[in-house]
Write a protein that binds this ligand. Sequence first.
Ligand code: FAD
Ligand code: FES
Length: 286
Amino acid sequence: MECQQQQAPEAGASLYLPMECEVLAVSRLTPNEKLFRLRLASGAPLGQLPGQFVQVSLLGSGEAPISVASSPTRNDGVFELGVRQVGSLTAAMHKLVAGDRIGIRGPFGRPFDLTRLAARDLLLISGGCGLAPMRSLIQYCEDRREEFGEITILYGAKSVADTLFKEDLADWESSTSFACSRTVDQAADSDCYDGKVGLLTSLIPPLKIEPRRTVAAIVGPPVMYRFVIEELRKKGLGPERIVVSLERHMRCGVGKCGHCTIEHLYCCQDGPVFWLNEIEHLRGAL
Ligand SMILES: Cc1cc2nc3c(=O)[nH]c(=O)nc-3n(C[C@H](O)[C@H](O)[C@H](O)COP(=O)(O)OP(=O)(O)OC[C@H]3O[C@@H](n4cnc5c(N)ncnc54)[C@H](O)[C@@H]3O)c2cc1C
Ligand code: FES
């Protein structure tokens, strides 16, 4: 398995040494998620590829893997993380304001294989918080639009309030670069929402897909994968044309501690991005 892992320039000294990073801005995405604009104190670019993650640390609160939500083709030296508050580290992150400093290790992990995506029609499918890593790939495709075939973005959120990156979604929906459809599981009258209501999988049957030209990328909560893959198979997409990004509990992030194993694979290093035919036979992978 080819791994395209990249290290930021300073990370070569020690994979375990956090780099100092400045918080440039914090904005709210949903009641439970915030977007952080960050820059390494050294001013060096992070050097991430779409699909990679960083290990974020705050003194006294710990460390956690977070996907980079912005493309390396944008914001020279600036990168973005979309973070859901779930526990100690993410709660501490949600208290950060512009000017604060945090630690960053990485970028780590196997990114989306941009060579295998090139010249293909792309189905970029995400659910919930999965739009954060997918956004990096969408931005990359937008900035290198001529390298790809037709691009369709599908996104599903639990509710209107839980919908991430609303401004980006509105831009993508009106863009001539993409087809973009989104849905929410449930909507209330008070949401003033006139979009689609239903599960993410309901967006797949109406699509016209040419399976031999198409690759589908999926990122989302674990429950989503099986049902989305089932719909894609009905459209004729085999496992060698489906790429998924998986989440596992992680500690080191660099293939040393064994916390993130999927049988013989390390999710942090062999993934988090896997072709479906590499993992579908592994117990507990999906
Ligand atoms: C490769 C990767 C990329 C990720 N990208 C993002 C991202 O872009 N944005 C984001 O908000 N979160 C992301 N996560 C999840 C994030 O790492 C966890 O939510 C984080 O570890 C929580 O840290 P905490 O200290 O706040 O919570 P903790 O106090 O450590 O945990 C709170 C709860 O979340 C559970 N939990 C922690 N980590 C995970 C995990 N990996 N999978 C399932 N449950 C978990 C714990 O069991 C506990 O129940 C990513 C995880 C991985 C592995
Ligand atoms: S997190 Fe340590 S081996 Fe993957």
